[in-house]
Design a protein around this ligand. Structure first.
Ligand code: ATR
Length: 273
């Protein structure tokens, strides 16, 4: 048996938690594999990716800023990645690169585990933000049958663009009116960077949000963001963002190493340490 090799490509890539996560699973499941962080400058992307294929890599994760560029370099891109407009996971087989995106799976799976009784069909979802993460979250919500999405973003043009994913089910709300959009909502998701350590706070009053609405944040540093703390204080159920990162990683691990790994508290503690 030869060692199965995978990794994460990015620029920079040092901050990535992926090596920690995948190495934890390699150890847990006693798999002869390796997972490394590989820094690739944007102007060397095509050349370096093909070198990984030539070296026999089983595949790789993709992080900032390569998620869109890699999509154009894959031989196959599945419907999920195409709809989200970005590739975060690549499998290499006989030199053929197949791209997918596991962020929507990670987002939905996190809520499934942390709030198993939550039902997407119960009411509208409010999504804050219209960047790459929002695209994946919205794709997941649409797949799960959310009746309608109220999308709001500082730069409204980006939200209008995202609305094209499902014009009949997504309504764009001006950023200044986001609090009004909370009335009657069943779910509130922050996909912006606001509230993250080192970023400005997310300034939103929750008065209009029903108290049984689920609130989740894709920010996980800090784990309990001000948004989640405020929601929990008024009795709303909350789900933290770390699970999205861990669950999106599971799908790639299975593609390369052949085992669908578990997300455990021990792993969560390790990644948050
Ligand atoms: P990601 O891929 O993580 O979603 P991104 O594409 O850079 O990253 O998107 C970041 C999101 O956070 C965007 O919705 C961005 O709003 P703009 O589209 O207006 O830039 C939002 N965001 C970042 N800083 C913000 C701020 N200070 N106020 C409001 N929104 C902010």
């Amino acid at each position: 048996m030869t060692t199965i090799r995978a990794g994460v490509i990015g620029y920079p890539v040092k901050h990535s938690k992926s090596p920690l996560i995948h190495r934890h699973w390699l150890e847990t499941y006693r798999i002869d594999g390796d997972y490394t962080a590989i820094e690739i400058a944007p102007d060397r992307l095509a050349e370096k990716i093909h070198a990984l294929a030539a070296e026999g890599f089983a595949g790789f994760n993709v992080t900032v800023p390569h998620k869109q560029a890699v999509m154009a370099l894959c031989d196959h891109v599945d419907d999920t990645a195409r709809a989200i407009g970005a590739v975060n996971t690549v499998k290499i087989e006989n030199g053929v690169l197949s791209g997918t995106n596991t962020d929507a799976y990670g987002f939905i799976e996190n809520i499934k585990r942390a709030a198993p009784s939550f039902s997407y069909v119960n009411g509208p979802a409010v999504v804050l933000g219209a960047g790459g993460a929002a695209r994946a979250v919205i794709y997941g919500l649409l797949q799960e049958g959310v009746p309608d999405i109220r999308l709001t973003n500082r730069t409204q043009a980006r939200a209008e663009e995202l609305r094209e994913m499902a014009p009949g089910r997504i309504a764009v709300v001006p950023w200044e009116e986001k609090e009004d959009a909370l009335a009657g909502a069943a779910l509130l998701v922050n996909t912006t960077a606001l509230g993250m350590t080192g970023q400005p706070p997310l300034d939103i009053g929750l008065e209009k949000l029903p108290r049984d609405a689920l609130v989740t944040d894709i920010v996980y540093a800090p784990l309990t963001t001000d948004l989640l703390a405020a929601a929990a204080a008024r009795g709303n159920p909350v789900v933290t963002g770390i699970g999205m990162l861990l669950h999106q990683a599971r799908a790639g691990f299975e593609l390369w190493f052949g085992v669908l790994p578990d997300v455990t508290e021990a792993l969560e503690r390790k990644v948050l340490a």
